[in-house]
Each structure stands twice: as structure tokens, then as C-alpha cells.
Design a binder for this molecule. Sequence first.
Ligand SMILES: N[C@@H](CCC(=O)N[C@@H](CS)C(=O)NCC(=O)O)C(=O)O
Length: 244
Amino acid sequence: MGGRIDCYVDIASFYSYIIFLDLLRNRDLLKAHSITVEFHPFLLGAVNAGSGNKPPWTLPAKATYGLHDAKRTIARFPNLPIQFPADLMSVALTVLPLRALHFIKRTYPDPEVFITTLHYFFHAFWAPPNVNLTRAENVKMVLEQVPAGFKGAGDAGEEKLFSKDEVEAILKGAGSQEMKDLLKGTTQKALDQGAFGAPWLWVTNEGGKSEPFFGSDRFHFVYQFLGLPFQNVALLPPANQSKL
Ligand SMILES: N[C@@H](CCC(=O)N[C@@H](CS)C(=O)NCC(=O)O)C(=O)O
């Protein structure tokens, strides 16, 4: 068994946060099945523009339905502090932190540094008080705060992942043409694969065949495609009949 999941995420995408948490939760099992997982920061706004899509909540019926799905999804993570930003549109252009993530991914040999920072950016954006990551000073503040080995909300960790000098270097790197091109190129790659939203998955199975998957709720199809054993939704008989 083997394969890979290339997962395209934007910090400003709630369901990107969800798939990130699910993949993190299952990382040992995925590893045991020889599945490599790689996260790729991309810009959802540019994916929408490039594919001709619009954020789902801009259509009133989808906005109303979306509240139900969001509530159900949040209920899957009882200890996760989640608060939707009051005006998501106005804080959705997370270009700078996405470029910073590319810089970190490229610069630090330990992949945990990138994963931890991505995790903390998601947390900062989606937990109250919803840090506005479109502002450079906030990105700096959040980078300075990332606890080393951040494991999720409530983990304030005394030791910080980055020194002040490292944060300066990350912000400088994030402003480089190379990182601008890298974020653009990553977004374009997903668009070329057919992306129209986030999270976007490009999954490659043992035989080298690749297929796209959209959303954080497609794991049954992903696992099936990868040939992994998994437990699907199984309807059981009514409780009183099971005793017959
Ligand atoms: N059912 C999917 C919904 C994912 C979703 O709504 N993603 C948003 C961004 S957070 C999006 O890009 N949607 C585009 C679309 O629905 O056309 C899931 O549970 O993950």
C-alpha cells in the first residue's frame, strides 16, 4: 500500500482548517499505510477568481444551508474554540501569512515547523478574538507567539517556536518575489487540476493514478481510491430489533 495526498488549504477557509485537523489526527495511521500527506498553502480568493466561482455564502440559499453544515461540523470538535469572523470577506485575503508559510516550508528542514505554524495560523484566525491576518503587524505578532510544538487550543506553551530574529527573516522572506511566485504557482497548479474551492485534494494511489477531491468530507472516497481499509457509515437495525 502507498500513495500521497496533496492537500491545498487557505487559512481563511473553515473547511481547510477541518481537513487539516482530521489529517493531523490520522497522521500516524496514514503513515502506517505509507501515505504521504503534504499541505500546500494556496489563495482561495484567487481560486474563486480563476475558476469563476464565488464564496458559497454569497448565494442566500447556500448561506442558510451552510449554517447547518458548519454547526454539525463544529459539533465534531467539542473542544475546539471556533468563531466565524464577523465579516469574513474583509479578512479573507490571507496573502502575507500564506507566503510566510511557503517561506517556512522551504526554509526549515524539519517539516514540523511548517505544520505547527500552519496549525497556529488556523487557530489564530478561527478562534476568538479572530486575529485579522491581512494586517502585517498581526502576522508578526502571531508568528512571535507560535508555541513550540503547538498541539491545539489551550496549549499556550512557554517556549516559542521562533525567535524575534527568525520572525523578521520570515517576514522578509514572505515579501520576496520568490514567495510571491510560489504562492501564485501553487494556486495556479490547483486551478489547473480543476480546483474551484477549498480544501482541494490531489490524491495519488499506489498505481500512480491521481484524482481530485473537493472538501473535508470526502474521506470515504479518498480512502476507497487509495485502497485503504476504513469504516464507512453503517446503518444498524433499530435497538429493539437487534435483541430479536
Ligand atoms: N462540503 C464541503 C464544503 C467545503 C466548502 O464549502 N469550502 C468553501 C471554502 S471553506 C469553498 O471553497 N466552497 C466552494 C464551493 O462550495 O463551491 C466540506 O465539508 O468541506
